[in-house]
Ligand binder design. Structure first.
Ligand SMILES: *[C@@H]1O[C@H](CO)[C@@H](O)[C@H](O)[C@H]1NC(C)=O
Ligand SMILES: *[C@@H]1O[C@H](CO)[C@@H](O)[C@H](O)[C@H]1NC(C)=O
Ligand SMILES: *[C@@H]1O[C@H](CO)[C@@H](O)[C@H](O)[C@H]1NC(C)=O
Ligand SMILES: *[C@@H]1O[C@H](CO)[C@@H](O)[C@H](O)[C@H]1NC(C)=O
Length: 197
């Protein structure tokens, strides 16, 4: 038996094995890098428009959309794969009372490392035990009738058959004294003072 060819065959097989281990490690670290779950960021941009109406008899204040969406949300996908937004649930609170809820459930996909802006509307109603707000909002002697609303939103995203939820809470000043469009800016989370009665 010739020893040299035998040795080279063994070495080659060893090298081959080593090379495939290296390739395998490389591929798996690439897979880990690209498939590693990264955050999906939800940021509340603010209120775009508020359309208010009043019911004098019921002493209630309503807000709905009249063709224009109310709120805007940025959803950023920091992953190297696209994610589906399965649904968005939104809730508006005034003075710790839920005054409106809505659910947006048509799915939309967000491409890898991309951001999508989503508009949504939450019809709200301030009534019953908070009907004193009707007087405040319709008070003629003041120009600006700001109230502080807490906007809560939960975004459910799915990828690889796995669901994940991200929630956001923001306080937002809204003028309940009339229709407003193109309001910008928002307030950072803080403990909400009760509006003047
Ligand atoms: C939302 O996206 C818009 C458009 O890219 C950007 O101008 C804005 O700064 C973003 N706002 C937040 C709060 O992330
Ligand atoms: C939102 O979608 C997820 C995933 O499809 C589902 O598990 C969840 O029940 C949905 N939430 C609502 C409020 O429909
Ligand atoms: C989601 O559904 C609403 C009505 O239910 C429709 O106006 C809107 O265009 C849909 N959005 C997408 C992204 O399909
Ligand atoms: C706001 O606009 C809506 C729709 O245009 C209208 O029905 C409503 O009366 C307006 N409210 C006020 C306070 O002007």
């Amino acid at each position: 038996m010739n020893f040299v060819p035998f040795l080279s065959r063994v070495l080659c097989r060893k090298l081959y094995v080593t090379a495939s281990v290296v390739v395998c490690l490389l591929l798996s670290s690439l897979a880990v890098f690209f498939l590693f779950p990264r955050s999906i960021d939800v940021s509340y941009v603010g209120v775009k428009s508020v359309f208010v109406s009043y019911d004098q008899e019921k002493r209630s204040v309503y807000s709905e959309h009249h063709g224009e969406p109310q709120n805007t949300l940025n959803i950023t996908n920091n992953n190297y794969y696209s994610v589906e937004v399965a649904n968005i649930t939104a809730q508006v609170q005034f003075a710790k009372t839920v005054i409106g809820k809505s659910r947006i459930s048509n799915t939309t996909a967000i491409s890898p490392l991309d951001m999508k802006q989503i508009d949504y509307t939450v019809p709200t109603i301030i009534a019953d035990e908070m009907s004193y707000m009707y007087d405040y909002c319709t008070l003629q002697t003041i120009k600006v009738h700001n109230i502080v609303l807490m906007m809560q939103v939960t975004v459910t995203t799915t990828y690889f058959g796995h669901a994940e939820q991200v929630s956001q809470e923001m306080y937002q000043y809204v003028d309940c004294g009339g229709n407003t469009t193109s309001i910008r800016g928002m307030t950072k989370p803080f403990s909400a003072p009760h509006p003047a009665e």
